[in-house]
Write a protein that binds this ligand. Structure first.
Ligand code: MG
Length: 266
């Protein structure tokens, strides 16, 4: 991992401005790590902080977080031991069964995810899975639609984090489930594209248990002086490899017990 060197605030602002523009209008960006030698993970999260305040200034509502690099294979590939985290805004949501417009997306991919909504209040530290379980209000199945603003997803850890971990859209569907009734490790998940299975997984593909994402998110926020808010939505991480989509594709993520999530791309 790179040193925790810090770029000057003006450069962080400049990177955030470029990423914000590419996320809003589509298009491609050079990697911050290529443009700014020494660009670190902590710099990348500073870019996210700037993005968040720019978005709040425009009236976008932050509603939660997403985790990336939650599979063992991806962690090994990127040489990391913990997930990355990004920010979710209310306007990234696409209704279940609706059309997702591709005009503002550059290279969209889909991945099925277990999503959680936290209880309005929880007071205990979420530093273990049992505590996280008590703090989850309900579980819902989801599709995350990611989009990299860098060409061909040729990205490194720092650049991906700065690009809000490729967050673009998400779809929540299926049925709500109580956390106590959830089979956290072996819920089966099938991703279908145009009716053909293109990905299969179990919920335990996410860090062994998606509740682990909640623990690591809580710890990560605490380490930065932040806090996980009541009612937050959490996309716990892709359960299988992200699949590219294009105009006309229909995608269905089918979750055992939790039901289907559908989206069509136009
Ligand atoms: Mg994801």
């Amino acid at each position: 991992m790179r040193p925790v060197a810090s770029l000057p605030a003006a450069q962080i602002e400049r990177i955030a401005e470029a990423i914000d523009a590419a996320q809003t209008g589509g298009g491609s960006l050079p990697l911050p790590t290529a443009e700014y030698p020494g660009f670190s993970v902590s710099d990348a999260y500073r870019v996210q902080d700037v993005l968040r305040s720019r978005w709040s200034g425009r009236g976008r509502r932050v509603i939660g977080y997403k985790a990336g690099l939650t599979s063992r294979a991806k962690m090994i590939q990127m040489n990391v031991s913990s997930p990355t985290f990004g920010i979710l805004c209310a306007d990234m949501a696409v209704p279940d069964g609706a059309e997702c417009l591709l005009d503002k997306l550059s290279r969209p991919r889909v991945e099925p995810e277990i999503a959680l909504v936290m209880k309005p209040r929880f007071d205990e530290p979420l530093d273990n899975e049992a505590a996280a379980l008590r703090a989850v209000d309900y579980v819902v199945p989801a599709i995350e639609i990611i989009d990299s603003r860098y060409p061909d997803y040729k990205l490194d850890l720092e650049s991906a984090i700065a690009d809000n971990t490729s967050a673009a859209r998400f779809v929540i569907g299926g049925r709500l489930q109580r956390p106590s009734e959830m089979d956290w490790r072996t819920t089966g998940i099938v991703l279908l594209k145009n009716g053909e299975p293109v990905g299969m997984a179990a919920s335990g593909a996410v860090l062994g248990n998606p509740l682990r994402t909640v623990v690591l998110l809580w710890q990560w926020l605490a380490s930065r002086g932040g806090a996980l808010g009541g009612g937050a939505l959490i996309l716990t991480g892709g359960a299988c490899e992200a699949i590219p989509v294009e105009q006309g594709d229909n995608v269905c993520a089918r979750f055992q017990e939790l039901g289907d999530v559908l989206v069509r791309f136009r």
